[in-house]
Write a protein that binds this ligand. Structure first.
Ligand SMILES: Cc1cc2nc3c(=O)[nH]c(=O)nc-3n(C[C@H](O)[C@H](O)[C@H](O)COP(=O)(O)OP(=O)(O)OC[C@H]3O[C@@H](n4cnc5c(N)ncnc54)[C@H](O)[C@@H]3O)c2cc1C
Length: 404
């Protein structure tokens, strides 16, 4: 049997970062596929939105599990994370909403440097870990590998072709919370085929009391884009299901509202309309709306909200004006499903209450650590999830190292 001080299972960002922290020791990184970081290469549309550069205090407010994540975020700050790459010549750029990308705009640049850090460690490719047992002070992996400490970083359940197919959840008896789809496009009851490709800029999407501002992309099946992907997390968390029990999810009476003019309130729109409707009385409503809405979207807006676009502004009644403003502020859409093959993140995982947040070690099993997407926490889109993977991977790595 081969023997190591630390075994790390899963060669994604969390596992690679854990391995980098303890690379001076006799360690092994075990990866199921023939390549490290398959999912990392897909991130940010191949550009890798590696982290989010908001100050840590602000950043933590984007996660429900902020108290659990706090220690790992302060241990591997963004400065420290980016310095690892800057030392090897890679620069970064900051885009909207503090999203950080490599200046090369290529996820491969990140992977190249991670490989460089990992060049002297033992990596076992094409090795699926299916069994982990603890025998006295050792963990035995697949009856073949022995290690004093073990870090499980097998990822979530989305994009299974990248290797993260949920197989890591049951490797140990560590408690799990419900596993759900996250950052996932929505399927609407309304058939949007004719409008696919239209972007709605700077709108506000709400679901119950949750609101997200940003862009929305109309797709063949429904809606996507940053605001939709973020609200999808709220919808998914709110529905009672667990992918480990059942894949058949029923979305009963799920509705979202779109505020198409979030920067204007009802009264402000009314005042503008009162002025314009007098001055431009001969203009047809469908043409006038081009000031506020993307041209190709207007037929949907009018039809869906039962508004007559062929009417001239001068002929619009007080009630119709009120309905028009209400529709601009709140167009409701029924959601009938998640476009699951495109889900980017798994909500839920290893129950954070069963782990020590200062080390990522199991409270029950000494020497057993977890990191990355296999953990319960999830963030919105915009670099918040790689932030979890790198920070928890780093903390698990240094903690396992210290405990040797
Ligand atoms: C299309 C897409 C775009 C994304 N874009 C962004 C983005 O721009 N910014 C952002 O912050 N997040 C993004 N994410 C999320 C981000 O990719 C994940 O948060 C991150 O990859 C999680 O890292 P991880 O190491 O925990 O898991 P993973 O990256 O999933 O890695 C897990 C590894 O473990 C291996 N493995 C699994 N089971 C076993 C086993 N039993 N034995 C051995 N090995 C095993 C897998 O093969 C895999 O290599 C995106 C996700 C997707 C799908």
């Amino acid at each position: 049997m081969e023997e190591f001080e630390i075994a790390i299972i899963g060669g994604g960002p969390a596992g690679m970062m854990a391995a980098i922290t303890c690379r001076e020791k006799n360690i092994v990184l075990i990866e199921k596929t023939s390549k490290l970081g398959k999912k990392l290469l897909l991130t940010g549309g191949g550009r890798c939105n590696i982290t989010n550069n908001k100050p840590i205090k602000t950043l933590l407010n984007y996660y429900e599990e902020k108290n659990f994540l706090k220690h790992s975020f302060y241990t591997l700050t963004n400065e420290k994370l980016l310095d690892l790459f800057k030392k090897k010549g890679l620069e970064f750029i900051e885009e909207d909403n503090n999203s950080i990308f490599p200046a090369t705009e290529k996820a491969e640049s990140i992977m190249k440097i991670l490989h460089d850090y990992l060049k002297n460690i033992k990596i076992k490719y094409n090795t699926n870990v299916y069994n982990v047992e603890k025998k006295r002070e050792y963990f035995i992996i697949n009856n073949k590998i022995k290690a004093k400490k073990i870090i499980i970083a097998t990822g979530g359940i989305t994009y299974p072709e990248t290797g993260s197919d949920g197989g890591g959840y049951n490797l140990t008896n560590q408690p799990l919370t419900a596993i759900k789809w996250g950052i996932v496009p929505l399927i609407t009851k309304y058939h949007f085929e004719d409008f696919a490709g239209i972007n709605l800029y700077d709108v506000c999407i709400s679901y119950k009391d949750k609101k997200y501002y940003g862009d929305v992309l109309i797709t063949h099946k429904g809606l996507s884009g940053p605001a939709i992907l973020n609200i999808s997390n709220e919808i998914s968390k709110d529905i009672d299901y667990n992918l480990l029990d059942n894949n058949d999810i029923k979305l009963n009476d799920v509705k979202i509202n779109i505020d198409l003019l979030p920067n204007l309130n009802f009264q402000e729109i009314k005042e503008k309309f009162n002025r314009d409707f007098q001055q431009k009385g001969k203009t047809y409503l469908k043409n006038y709306l081009k000031i506020y809405l993307v041209n190709n979207f207007i037929p949907f807006f009018l039809d869906h909200n039962n508004i007559d676009g062929e009417i001239k502004l001068a002929n619009i009644t007080k009630e119709s004006k009120k309905k028009l403003i209400e529709s601009l502020k709140c167009t409701t859409l029924k959601i009938i499903g998640f476009n699951t093959p495109l889900s980017k993140i798994t909500i839920g995982g290893i129950d954070i209450n069963s782990l020590n947040s200062k080390t990522m070690e199991s409270k029950e099993t000494e020497g057993l650590y977890f990191a990355g997407e296999i953990l319960e926490p999830v963030g919105p889109s915009g670099g918040y999830n790689l932030k979890i993977a790198f920070s928890t991977g780093y903390l698990a790595g240094i903690s396992a190292l210290k405990s040797l």
